[in-house]
Design a binder for this molecule. Structure first.
Ligand SMILES: [Zn+2]
Length: 249
């Protein structure tokens, strides 16, 4: 690593940490000027760090801008996935998975409010000490519509349209009968399990995204196996998928 690479990596860590701390405190994303002022760095340095963090899948910028749209699990805009902490701070999550992952990241009880994708019924449940509980009967299920290897092809669509809640397996089945039969069904417990390697250390300065091999093992331990869950299928190299995309599930 060269001196400038090392400085870039240190700047990326500082900017990433600043963005996540800001989201946690304010419930919204910092703007570029707040990042530069907060860290005592120049505007261009902040721009370059945000660009690298976007490329490395730590966050997603609004295309064509330096505005932060997503810093997983935080969303800068309203979504159907709402998370409330014991201190009553509230956040929007990017997708159903991110909503559940707030518990993993924070290590404290959370409430999740969402909607059934099939019938728009409001859903609510809590997660306390790794245990999901619903006051309204059965827990919701999650539906992932796209194979794992393609999640990052268009992460905004993936989060917004293909990682969602259903009131129950029956609601998901009814919705599938009416339309797209594909995708995978997950329990909240399985979702908590696969959140571990990605979200547990999110708020630490030294956080790094887990290698796909580790995530793949976590999928398998949650019972999620087969081509749908394969993060690095051999055929992808033949498809010309860039190395960067393959390295960051
Ligand atoms: Zn429903």
């Amino acid at each position: 690593m060269t001196g400038s690479d090392a400085r870039g990596a240190a700047a990326d860590r500082a900017v990433r940490k600043f963005v996540f701390d800001f989201f946690l405190r304010e419930g919204s994303a910092p703007v570029l000027e707040e990042i530069a002022l907060g860290l005592g760095i120049g505007r261009q340095e902040a721009v370059r760090a945000l660009g690298r963090l976007d490329t490395a899948h730590h966050l997603k910028l609004l295309p064509g801008s330096t505005r932060i749209l997503m810093a997983f699990p935080f969303s800068a805009i309203p979504t159907p996935f709402r998370v409330t902490r014991p201190n009553e701070k509230r956040y929007f999550a990017n997708c159903a998975w991110d909503a559940v992952a707030f518990h993993t990241m924070l290590g404290e009880p959370i409430w999740i409010h969402g909607f059934c994708r099939h019938c728009a019924r409001p859903l609510r449940f809590s997660i306390v000490d790794g245990r999901p509980q619903s006051p309204d009967g059965p827990l919701p299920v999650l539906w992932f519509g796209l194979p794992a290897a393609s999640w990052w092809h268009d992460i905004v669509r993936t989060c917004s349209e293909t990682m969602v809640f259903f009131a129950s397996a029956e609601h998901l089945a009814a919705w599938r009968t009416a339309g797209d039969p594909g995708g995978a069904e997950l329990t909240v417990d399985q979702t908590l399990r696969i959140s571990e390697p990605i979200y547990r250390r999110k708020l630490r300065l030294e956080y790094e995204r887990p290698p796909p091999e580790l995530l793949q093992m976590e999928f398998a331990s949650a019972g999620l196996t087969g081509p749908f869950w394969n993060l690095t299928p051999r055929s992808r190299a033949a498809e010309g998928v860039p190395e960067r995309a393959r390295r960051h599930p």
